[in-house]
Design a protein around this ligand. Structure first.
Ligand SMILES: C[S@@+](CC[C@H](N)C(=O)[O-])C[C@H]1O[C@@H](n2cnc3c(N)ncnc32)[C@H](O)[C@@H]1O
Length: 228
């Protein structure tokens, strides 16, 4: 009942947070730093599938000079993230209620410095690997919108998705580093910011897998966007 009532008020609540999200994000393609009031040389980090925003709000609060953009396709979920951002008074985190499959409509070649993919849906049924956000077509799009040497920082609880993703990263020419199948008991946990799902899985005793995939794209390579 409470959930239903909350969902019914999404447009009004979104309206109250206007300024933190973009209803027509394609208009900002190639101009995100300028639109958000940041210098042209500032870093732009993108989180895909941000959920209720624990990770992006904490990370943005800790790095006020970095411009963060978070995307999430579920309206009631992104609303929670946007309201959290408003309560915290963050001025370097903005949102788009869109699907990652259309990323090339929203970002220009080389516009993004880093991408975070945290606990994306594993799509474990055999016929659905193309829906995984680490499927090669997605990776090719990420590479196009990232600077040469840009990083994808990937975390998951799911072993099948993790092994699949490592193989896709390699196949697409990314260089892998900081690969761990037990993040919370590894040296890489020191600066780790836990997401909502990560916290839940950790409480259930599930080991978190994590890696960094660095784009093999060379400086000066063709950044023109080619549709997927
Ligand atoms: C399992 S949740 C993880 C949420 C959060 N990243 C965390 O770690 O707590 C995955 C989220 O990604 C979103 N998502 C899945 N596929 C997406 C897509 N193609 N584009 C945008 N968001 C997507 C879902 O709506 C969901 O909120």
């Amino acid at each position: 009942m409470t959930r239903l009532r909350a969902k019914r008020h999404i447009p009004e609540r979104m309206e109250r947070c206007s300024g933190l999200w973009f209803g027509s994000p394609a208009e900002n393609k190639g101009r995100w730093r300028q639109i958000c009031g940041f210098k042209e040389d500032c870093k732009l980090f993108l989180e895909i599938g941000c959920g209720k925003g624990k990770f992006c709000t904490e990370t943005a609060a800790a790095n006020p000079d970095v411009l963060y953009i978070a995307i999430e396709r579920a309206p009631s979920v992104i609303l929670a993230a946007i309201e959290k951002t408003r309560e915290l008074g963050l001025t370097n985190l903005f949102f788009m209620n869109v699907d990652a499959k259309d990323l090339l409509d929203y970002f220009d070649g080389g516009e993004v410095d880093r991408i975070y993919l945290n606990f994306c849906d594993p799509w474990t049924r055999k016929k659905k690997p193309k829906r995984r956000l680490t499927y090669r077509d997605f990776l090719k799009a990420y590479e196009k919108i990232m600077v040469p040497g840009g990083q994808i920082r990937f975390k998951t609880d799911n072993t099948l998705l993790f092994e699949f993703s490592l193989s896709e990263f390699k196949e697409c020419g990314f260089t892998l580093s900081e690969v761990t199948r037990d993040l919370h008991n590894s040296e890489y946990d020191k600066d780790n910011v836990r997401t909502e799902f990560e916290q839940k899985f950790a409480e259930q005793g599930i080991a978190i897998k994590r890696c960094v995939a660095t784009s093999g794209k060379q400086k000066g390579s063709d950044d023109r966007i080619i549709a997927l």
